[in-house]
Design a protein around this ligand. Structure first.
Ligand code: FAD
Length: 288
């Protein structure tokens, strides 16, 4: 069996304010030199200036950080013609990695008909640009629209068969949920690399948002951190980062294919985690 090193990648999002833009530029400058496998750029799922937000940020990452760049592409509200034009633009920019998504269906907005599921977009991209790498989203704790785990895994198998080269998980805080999911994928003959999505908790507001919006199981150890340091933001941040490092060490020890870090556009968090885990990924970048 050939052993390959696990990958470490980062996710950033296009800010919606000038302060956010300045902060992000600073963040990206600080991430320079860490040599992540790739940096992915998120997208709004409802056609809000994809070109000016996601594509522009992806271009900045590509041109200034000189690392592989992946764009997220939610498809429910776009047409084949629009996707074709975006793919051509990406190709010209030398960006060949797409995270193909359906995106959330927004109440009151009727989706377009071209891409009902992410698998439809995956298939379309592979037909249009066979040399593009297409990733897909997956949910160790089941996608909220799914009736049950079995259906979710069957649909995931279909998505991988439609051309996904790798999967990236929704965030989770209990590694056991991830290991169970990996086993279910193996049983279903889903054999592409699965990158584990890790989001360090760095403040209480963000923690409450995650608890409200995400179905992730929160282990007692994690809840204890939130309770104990609820009035101490500095300790909460340190403990949140330490928790994420602990998760990552366990994942790599258990031969995860890769870790995808939701940076929340915070350079210091990403650098801190990088410093504490770089050797596990055999990375020689420098966090200053
Ligand atoms: P799909 O894979 O299409 O699945 C959606 C639901 O449909 C699932 O319940 C699935 O089981 C079911 N399904 C799939 N195929 C079938 C079928 N043939 N028949 C019946 N049911 C089926 N959202 C954004 O808007 N922007 C982002 O940048 C973004 N980035 C993300 C990054 C990651 C790593 C993850 C995990 C999610 C991200 N999302 C993003 C959220 C994502 O768009 C939502 O979770 C969305 O609701 C589902 O998208 P999907 O691509 O997983 O959909």
């Amino acid at each position: 069996m050939t052993e390959t090193n696990p990958t470490l990648s980062f996710e950033v999002f296009p800010p919606n304010s000038q302060v956010g833009v300045d902060n992000l530029t600073d963040t990206l400058d600080q991430l320079k030199g860490l040599n992540p496998s790739f940096i992915s750029v998120t997208a709004s799922n409802h056609k809000l200036n994809y070109e000016e937000t996601t594509i522009n940020l992806a271009k900045y990452v590509k041109d200034n950080l000189h690392c592989h760049t992946m764009v997220h592409m939610p498809a429910a509200y776009v047409t084949k013609t629009e996707v074709r034009s975006i793919l051509n633009r990406l190709e010209k920019m030398n960006i060949h990695q797409v995270l193909a998504l359906r995106g959330d269906i927004v109440e009151g907005y009727v989706p377009e008909k071209d891409f009902k599921y992410a698998s439809d977009l995956t298939q379309f991209i592979k037909q249009e640009k066979p040399d593009f790498t297409v990733s897909g989203a997956c949910y160790p704790e089941v996608h909220p629209d799914s009736k049950n785990r079995i259906d979710d895994i069957k649909h995931l198998k279909n998505k991988v068969d439609s051309g996904c080269d790798q999967l990236i998980t929704q965030l989770f805080y209990d590694n056991e949920q991830f290991y169970r999911f990996q086993e279910e994928c193996a049983i279903a003959d889903i054999n592409v690399p699965i990158l584990a999505g890790i989001m360090p908790i760095v403040n209480r507001k963000q923690a409450l948002h995650v608890i409200e919006n995400c179905a992730a199981r929160l282990p007692k150890k994690f809840i204890n951190i939130l309770d104990k340091y609820k009035d101490n933001p500095v300790s909460l941040k340190e403990a949140g980062i330490a928790y994420a490092v602990d998760q990552i060490v366990d994942l790599v020890t258990n031969d995860v294919s890769g870790v995808h870090l939701y940076t929340m556009n915070k350079a210091d968090t990403a650098k801190h985690i990088f410093k504490n885990t770089a050797s596990l990924f055999h990375l020689d970048g420098v966090a200053e």
